[in-house]
Design a protein around this ligand. Structure first.
Ligand SMILES: *[C@@H]1O[C@H](CO)[C@@H](O)[C@H](O)[C@H]1NC(C)=O
Ligand SMILES: *[C@@H]1O[C@H](CO)[C@@H](O)[C@H](O)[C@H]1NC(C)=O
Ligand SMILES: *[C@@H]1O[C@H](CO)[C@@H](O)[C@H](O)[C@H]1NC(C)=O
Ligand SMILES: *[C@@H]1O[C@H](CO)[C@@H](O)[C@H](O)[C@H]1NC(C)=O
Ligand SMILES: [Zn+2]
Length: 965
């Protein structure tokens, strides 16, 4: 769902919280991630832009006394169905307020005797009936108690009705309410969104219910297990179209209170959770397809976008992806239609509302001419993720939010399978190693990480629920489910899954239910053997945090596991019932031959098969199918490195990437020498594949940040120049001197790496090439000749090595473009100039909303700080204007802490640490708002950087100097 970054500090800690050392937690405060993660990650050539973050809500001590003091609903009433009418007004009322009105009748059953009705409701104003907020009736009048009093509880977001008598167990009642709410632009519940098209301001109403916003739209039992059938009617302006989860069955013109309106009635929904509801009123248009039998598939967007055929690609892949899931799950698509809507200025990445999925425009629309391959891949992956939820999550729903990791981890894993079906030539399944596994390894290697699984009681308040949407849930969830599917084999995994989905259709589950069905699938498969039950194996991965580093000593054949921590000095305060040991499935190969999978079930073990000598070598975790890092004895490292140098295709491509990534992490953790990590990059002059290159560049980026203001940088540059040169030449050749687009999907990405790195390392011919393209564009602004994949890189470099003329041209193009993705590529490119006065002027622009939109201000300052020339300017700018920036952005703007993080990424000297301290002291009276934690964390990271630089600088300088000649 929403692109909201949470700073999550005390997740799943429960009563352990007091025991956790404050210092150890500081590093974890930086763990920012995206909800619906795949939605937002920058694909190559598509620089991720604005990001937001939110501080942890402090939990106040409070002992609930009354039933309405609890955040969880009592278990006395269950909903059956709702009749809901909503009327969002797209013009302000006489008070200048945008509102919606509505009424709802919920039919519910009493399952436990009670004289209280407690139902969720927040920020709604009610019409009263005899002084009460609601009318209660029953199927047979005689048995209905009367209402004694009714009131709203703001803190726990309830409407409470105290009755004179008790409700009867087994009886069914009707609760009718009429209400009014604000149609605010707050992106929560039913809300207002605005955009301009053809110079006209347009307003639409749309919704985002996950996790707890349905209650802001109408009174409802707003928990995922409170499934019901919804009969929805939307009243809306003539000239607009209304959409909801069900297919529209009737649209009639009418007058209500003298207002000419349309009344759209929807078919009753399937039995579903409130968080998956969606309501949209807009003047969007659609394209549709009936290729999937009995199923209407539509893509909705602004008319100009649809007319420009930007929805065609999404329509093409949706049918395919749905077909894939029907086969994979062995269950037909449960609804009669599938709508997907692209919303302009949608803060969320995407949201899997059942039958009416919502997206931000860049995640659903694709322009074959102007969009990049990265944009296209993102559309495919996001659609695949959301459609996976139509069954897993929507048809069968986890009972409570503590199991969110299973819902999101699952979709984050199978999205690669669905996308691979739609685009089989892309090899997209391998990319999970980059996008999820390597990413979450870094987060999960902190002492302050947390387990996937939380107790139900640990997650009750809305803020705690929001915190569940983190990178651990999405990416680690995906990684361990992929590992499970790998060791069970995909057919067995899919059989268990299908049995789970069919058993619990339209109902709710806990994660153990999935393990049960997978276990049954194992038992029903002749010859299938795993060393323990699915429960026992998986508990070790879901109930304790972190992951092991597996060390294989190939001289003795010893295998050991140890909890891997990036900072060797950090202290783990969280106890684990499994003592930080795991049941580890190890796929491995010996001298190029795949071996039988080996299970490590204790801390240490011996496997004589892993004893090798001579030229033989061992490679563990083939295809990175397991969630762990691997270390070897030095001899085996040497043999692997020499293999890389002599015959690298002998190792699978993702393992080449993983050897690099493991080595750099092991070096940061002081398990192996820094020089050993650096040696894994020596073979890159022969490497042509994307995944190893990107792993290396990502790891070397830390070296660049730490050293690009020191003499080490010269040597590093010379080395990397030597390494990238052959890749640059390779792409020059296969693209016929840069005139063609490489055919391979990831080759297109690696071409971007080649050009970007070659230009910044000073490879001859690179800058000239880029200048030429950019010149051509400047001479003919109406025709942009730059290949769309290369735009970000070309803009940045042409501006970096150009003059004020190049800058001003990009600025003009930025102001004139109508395409959001184009604007964001230009906006980040503008920050690449090396001319200080231009950077200073650009910094000033960030405080002028007519030049840089307010929502983009912080990320623009971050881009400038990322530039080595821009860093001191941005730091001075922020310090000088802290008071103003804080007033403007410190309170409401969520991306505020990213500003501090962005500026301090490079900090690695005592001087910078002192400056940070001074900054903190001299601005205490202003405050730091949502940047408070980020500031603390920046100081902690600066200290860690100082330490690392001190310990490694001489070695690194020596190594790069020797290797670059
Ligand atoms: C809800 O709406 C349906 C369909 O219009 C109707 O048949 C039913 O009687 C309504 N139920 C209540 C409780 O109003
Ligand atoms: C709900 O509101 C609409 C619009 O005001 C009205 O037409 C309808 O009769 C109301 N329904 C009920 C059950 O009150
Ligand atoms: C709800 O009532 C409050 C208090 O009267 C008022 O300030 C607010 O504007 C009302 N909201 C709507 C949407 O009518
Ligand atoms: C969608 O599919 C049609 C028919 O196969 C094809 O002609 C068209 O190029 C596709 N559109 C996009 C944007 O991929
Ligand atoms: Zn999801």
């Amino acid at each position: 769902m929403g692109k909201v970054f949470y700073v999550s500090q005390n997740k799943c800690l429960g009563i352990l919280i007091a025991a956790v050392g404050a210092l150890a937690m500081i590093i974890a405060l930086s763990i920012a991630y995206d909800k619906e993660k795949a939605k937002n990650q920058g694909r190559p050539g598509d620089r991720a832009t604005d990001s937001t973050s939110m501080p942890t809500h402090p939990t106040t001590e409070f002992t609930p006394k009354e039933p309405w003091d609890h955040y969880r609903l009592p278990d006395s009433l269950v909903p059956v169905s709702y009749n809901l009418t909503l009327w969002p007004w797209l013009e302000p009322n006489t008070d200048g307020l945008y509102i919606f009105t509505g009424n709802s009748t919920v039919v519910f059953r009493c399952v436990k005797e009670t004289d209280l009705i407690i139902i969720h409701s927040t920020k709604l104003n009610f019409t009263t009936f005899h002084g009460h907020h609601a009318k209660l009736s029953g199927l047979s009048k005689a048995t209905v108690p009367t209402i004694q009093k009714s009131w709203l509880v703001a803190k726990t977001e309830y409407l409470v009705l105290q009755l004179h008598r008790r409700l009867a167990v087994g009886a069914t009642y009707l609760l009718h309410t009429e209400f009014q709410g604000e149609l605010a632009d707050d992106l929560a519940g039913l809300y207002r969104s605005e955009y301009t098209e053809g110079g006209m301001k347009k307003i639409l109403a749309t919704s985002q219910m996950q996790a707890t916003h349905a209650r802001k739209t109408f009174p409802c039992f707003d928990e995922p297990a409170m499934k019901a059938v919804f009969n929805v009617i939307i009243i809306h302006n003539r000239g607009t179209v209304a959409l909801s989860n069900g297919r529209e069955i009737d649209t009639a013109d009418s007058f209500i209170d003298g207002v000419p309106v349309k009344v759209t009635t929807f078919e009753p929904t399937a039995r579903m959770s409130t968080y998956l509801l969606a309501f949209i009123v807009s003047d969007f248009v659609s394209i549709h397809s009936n290729k999937n039998k009995n199923l209407l598939i539509r893509i909705w967007a602004r008319k100009k976008a649809i007319d420009g055929m930007q929805g065609d690609y999404a329509l093409n892949v949706t049918g395919l992806i749905l077909q894939f899931y029907e086969r994979y799950y062995n269950a037909t698509y449960p609804l009669s239609k599938s709508d997907q809507v692209a919303l302009p200025d949608f803060n969320a990445g995407a949201m899997e509302n059942w039958g009416l999925v919502t997206y931000r425009e860049t995640n659903l629309l694709y322009d074959p001419i102007s969009s990049s391959t990265g944009n296209k891949e993102k559309v495919t992956a996001v659609i695949s993720h959301e459609l996976a939820h139509m069954w897993f999550g929507n048809l069968v729903t986890l009972r409570w939010w503590n199991d969110l990791w299973l819902n999101e981890g699952f979709a984050s894993y199978v999205e690669y399978l669905g996308a691979d079906y739609a685009e089989p030539t892309w090899n997209i399944k391998d990319l999970i190693v980059l996008y999820d596994i390597q990413k979450v390894f870094d987060v999960d290697a902190l002492a302050s990480s947390h387990p996937l699984s939380c107790q139900e009681e640990e997650v009750t308040e809305p803020a705690q629920i929001s915190e569940m949407f983190d990178t651990i849930s999405y990416s680690k969830g995906a990684a361990v489910l992929r590992m499970l599917s790998e060791f069970l084999t995909e057919p067995v995994f899919a059989r268990g899954l299908s049995s789970y989905l069919n058993t619990f259709a339209f109902g709710n589950t806990v994660y153990n239910d999935l393990w049960d069905h997978l276990q049954q699938a194992v038992e029903n498969t002749p010859g299938m053997h795993i060393p323990d039950t699915v429960h026992n194996i998986m508990n070790r991965w879901t109930l304790q945090m972190g992951f092991p580093v597996i060390t294989i000593d190939t001289q003795r054949g010893n295998i050991t596991q140890k909890h891997f921590l990036l900072d060797p000095d950090s202290v783990v305060d969280r106890p684990s019932q499994f003592n930080y040991t795991w049941f580890v499935p190890i796929k491995w190969m010996k001298s190029g031959v795949e071996q039988q999978q080996y299970w490590l079930l204790q801390k240490t073990d011996t496997n004589s098969l892993m004893r090798v000598s001579g030229n033989d070598w061992v490679l563990a975790n083939t295809k990175v199918s397991g969630y762990f890092r691997v270390n070897y004895d030095l001899d085996n490292w040497d043999r692997l490195l020499s293999l890389l140098n002599t015959n690298h295709p002998a190792l699978p491509v993702v393992n080449r990437a993983q050897i690099i990534d493991d080595a750099f992490s092991l070096a940061r953790a002081k398990i192996i020498a820094t020089t050993l990590a650096l040696r894994t990059t020596k073979y890159l002059s022969k490497e042509r594949d994307y995944i190893p290159w990107v792993s290396a560049l990502k790891n070397l980026d830390y070296y660049i940040l730490m050293f690009d203001r020191t003499e080490v940088y010269g040597a590093l540059q010379a080395y990397l120049k030597k390494q990238i040169q052959p890749l640059f030449e390779h792409f020059k050749n296969i693209t016929d001197n840069w005139t063609k687009v490489p055919t391979g999907h990831t080759d297109q990405y690696n071409q971007i790496n080649a050009i970007r790195t070659a230009c910044s390392m000073g490879v001859e011919g690179c800058r000239e090439l880029i200048k030429k393209w950019y010149r051509q564009w400047m001479e003919n602004p109406g025709h942009n000749p730059i290949q769309s994949n290369l735009k970000s890189t070309v803009y940045c470099n042409a501006i970096a090595f150009g003059s004020v003329e190049e800058w001003d041209f990009a600025w003009t193009m930025f102001q004139n473009t109508n395409l959001a993705s184009e604007a964001s590529k230009l906006r980040s490119g503008l920050a690449c100039t090396k001319i200080p006065w231009l950077l200073n002027r650009y910094l000033e622009y960030t405080l002028d909303p007519t030049k840089i939109r307010k929502q983009d201000a912080i990320s623009t300052i971050q881009y400038i700080a990322r530039n080595v020339v821009g860093l001191p300017l941005a730091w001075n700018f922020v310090r000088a204007r802290w008071n103003y920036i804080f007033q403007q952005y410190g309170k409401g703007m969520f991306s505020f802490s990213n500003l501090v993080n962005g500026i301090t990424t490079r900090f690695s000297t005592e001087f910078e640490l002192q400056e940070l301290k001074k900054f903190k002291e001299s601005n205490l009276y202003v405050g730091f708002g949502s940047a408070t934690l980020a500031l603390e964390q920046s100081m902690e990271k600066t200290r860690a950087n100082i330490k690392w630089v001190t310990e490694n600088k001489a070695t690194v300088l020596k190594w790069f100097t020797e290797e670059s000649t």
